[in-house]
Design a protein. Sequence first.
Length: 222
Amino acid sequence: MQTTKLTFNVFTPFNQRFNDAIKALFLRRDSFLNHLIFSELEHLEKALRGKRNSEKAKRYINEGMDKKRTSTPLTVVINKSTANRLRRIVKEHNINRDAFINRLFLFMILKEAGLERLNIAPKIESNMIPGVTIDSASTSPFQHLKEAIDDPFFYIRTALQEDQEDLYLTNLSLITRMKRLGDKVDEKNMASYFYEKTIIYIDDSELPDAIKHDIEELMLLL
């Protein structure tokens, strides 16, 4: 199968923790990311169905991504077909490709405290999700590992869906308890970057008023 290289800008703390975890689990980073991106594109497309960021929203997202140069370039070898599908989704829905990879990294490295802030139980219990059988994991070690790698977000995604939320659309500011001063993000609060670098889609009605006005004035100059 033909492969190609894609370069993402990953929020540096996400990148460091992800790499540490990959090494600790003896996984090959590029192979795992190739599989993860491929398997999640279906879910991303489903979440964005009927949605497209306006140019105002895209500028707001890009501004948060570029702030303070807090990202590290990450080049990944992935299948060409996967890369092409990702490019199509990015174009069709006007999203920031780096926000997608940052959200994947954040959910991969989330600890129990972060999950609890999203109303996700930190431990799996047989009755935690009504109507869903979750206590049937294989006792075969390799099969058990395969099940986890095939869909690492299964429990998170299912729990979010119970609250009518989605992995790619849920508001992640709940994780970081982002502090705002009016419409202005407190630049001293590093936690705000966790949220700003993972926005896949935002409706114009959710843009801070000050941001909306600035973007509208800027677009008059273009």
